[in-house]
Design a protein around this ligand. Structure first.
Ligand code: G1P
Length: 292
């Protein structure tokens, strides 16, 4: 029987070097887009997809992220006393009730595949989701992970998010070649981590959303190092394809690469322009700026 997806793994042990010095003391997943940190958007997307257990894979010294999701009675009492009802609601809504947050430690930075493997005990032998919080996906309809869980529930195969990328950027992505099956779903034929543009099997880049069979853990455990000398999740997925069909999902939504400075600025602008008050302020500001 096809089971639904209850757990999501969030690899958050990276050093965030591209954002130093901002990320010296603050994990990059806590960088904000407007007034919410990246990790909160990712957790909201997971909850929207029916996830009940959030598994943070941290370096062990990154309690700031767990703290963000922990109740803060003193802060809540203060806001209540001040009568700041709206803010209090926003603080309480950080983690919807019934959602648990667990933590696994990745002692050494050995790659994304290794980070996911570090969550294996907490996931157990069941299908699960992986979300990379710095790939932010804005969607007006169902979130990207919801779309993927729906596909999993229909067909029982692992699903990887993809989008078209400029071929010259292939070496920043996992790249997948696909074939459409009779049901209109895209079956992955090959997937390669960070190929040179001339070796890329297509222009479909893997984006940080995955719904994976629990079988991947055993495959990751026996995987050697791949691109960049790291244990790559993409290589584990390539092995999974020997056992079962793996689907690619060109999700609906706008993706921002918030692991880059420009991506974070784009996301911030896009969310700001969707807010009536901020949009008006930005337009006035930009109009005045071009006049000077
Ligand atoms: C990771 C994955 C890669 C994927 C990318 C999406 O790479 O290894 O396959 O395309 O995320 O953001 P990273 O960005 O961690 O180097």
């Amino acid at each position: 029987m096809t089971r639904s997806i209850r757990k999501a793994v969030f690899p958050v042990a990276g050093l965030g070097t591209r954002f130093l010095p901002a990320t010296k003391a603050v994990p990059k997943e806590l960088l904000p887009v407007l007034d919410k940190p990246l990790i909160q958007y990712a957790v909201e997307e997971a909850c929207d997809a029916g996830i009940e257990t959030i598994i943070l894979v941290t370096r062990g010294d990154k309690q700031a992220i767990s703290q963000h999701f922990a109740r803060d009675d003193a802060l809540e009492a203060f806001l209540e006393q001040k009568g700041s009802k709206a803010v209090l609601e926003r603080v309480r809504a950080i983690l919807p009730s019934g959602i648990e947050v667990l933590e696994a430690t990745q002692e050494q930075p050995l790659g994304l595949g290794h980070a996911v493997l570090c969550a294996s005990k907490l996931v157990g032998n069941e299908p699960f989701a992986v979300i990379l919080p710095d790939d932010m996906i804005r969607s007006d309809g169902p979130g990207a992970l919801r779309q993927m869980v729906d596909i999993y529930e229909q067909c029982g195969h692992s699903v990887v998010a993809v989008e078209q990328i400029p071929i010259e950027d292939a070496s920043r992505y996992g790249v997948a070649a696909v074939e459409e099956n009779s049901r209109g779903l895209l079956e992955i034929q090959t997937v390669v981590e960070k190929p040179a543009p001339e070796d890329a099997p297509s222009n479909l880049g893997v984006v940080g959303r995955y719904v994976l069979s629990g079988e991947i853990f055993e495959l990751l455990r026996h995987l050697g190092t791949g691109a960049g000398g790291e244990i790559q999740l993409t290589d584990g997925i390539a092995r999974l394809m020997d056992i079962d069909t793996v689907l690619a999902h060109p999700f609906e939504g706008q993706r921002f690469d918030c692991g880059s400075r420009f991506g974070l600025v784009q996301a911030t602008l896009e969310y700001a322009m969707a807010d009536d008050e901020l949009a008006a302020q930005i337009e006035t500001f930009l109009a005045a700026r071009t006049r000077t």
